[in-house]
Design a protein around this ligand. Structure first.
Ligand code: ADP
Ligand code: MG
Length: 212
């Protein structure tokens, strides 16, 4: 058992926390043969809905555990789930500054998704501060962006200005991420190859090497 916890956090909604949570989870299972638990701490429960559709459609949940918890409860849940899972992923709600600490403290890695956009730059400071204070390993994930966008350079400058690193993979703006989840699945279950598969696979490899 690796017994590592990844917390995916960012106070701005819609940056891809939930999308990344499930795609990474399935990539760890599918490409690395790991046992993974996802903890949904968002009261909106979009992850729960995904899991429900998944279960109704009898999509295989081999290697996958799903739990819900409050942001506070997540720390305890993660500790418990760690004992018999390789990876525990905590998906967090937006606007979590005040309650973020327990789920950040539980983490071996804090993954912060953001788009290559100034609006996302402005939103990112608070969660970075909390993760830094807790002395956590932090990686920024550029999501929903185009490698060739002029804003990528600006985004990289911004990440450097925070004294942080981003992952080596930029996740593109691809419909398959959205449509697959609507069916209770992920892009890596819907497709054998393609850009989304390449992105998620290489991201899962880097993240594993960072936390091992
Ligand atoms: N890389 C992407 N490409 C296309 N759509 C995306 C991508 N990442 C997220 N989305 C879509 O953006 C919306 C918000 O994503 P979500 O993961 O729910 O964000 P969060 O959990 O941070 O609020 C969803 O409709 C999702 O399908
Ligand atoms: Mg979400």
């Amino acid at each position: 058992m690796l017994s590592k916890v990844i917390t995916i956090a960012q106070q701005k909604g819609g940056t891809g926390k939930t999308t990344l949570s499930v795609h990474l989870a399935l990539a760890f299972i599918k490409y690395h043969n790991l046992k993974v638990a996802i903890i949904d701490t968002d009261p909106q429960g979009s992850l729960g809905k995904w899991f429900m559709i998944r279960t109704e459609k009898k999509v295989s949940n081999d290697g996958l555990t799903f739990k819900t918890a409050s942001l506070w409860g997540a720390q305890y849940e993660a500790k418990t789930l760690k004992t018999d899972h390789d990876i525990v992923i905590i998906d967090t709600p937006p606007k979590i500054e005040s309650d973020a600490r327990p789920s950040i403290e539980a983490a071996d890695l804090v993954l912060i998704p953001m788009a290559a956009s100034h609006v996302d730059f402005w939103a990112t400071g608070a969660i970075v501060e909390i993760a830094k204070q807790a002395n956590k390993k932090i990686l920024i994930q550029i999501n929903r962006s185009n490698q060739r966008s002029k804003l990528i350079d600006k985004t990289n400058d911004f990440i450097k200005s925070l004294d942080l690193l981003s992952t080596n993979t930029i996740i593109g703006n691809r419909q398959i991420y959205t449509s697959s989840m609507g069916e209770g699945k992920t892009a890596v279950e819907k497709q054998k190859k393609g850009n989304a598969v390449d992105e998620i696979k290489s991201l899962s490899e880097q993240i594993l090497s960072e936390i091992k």
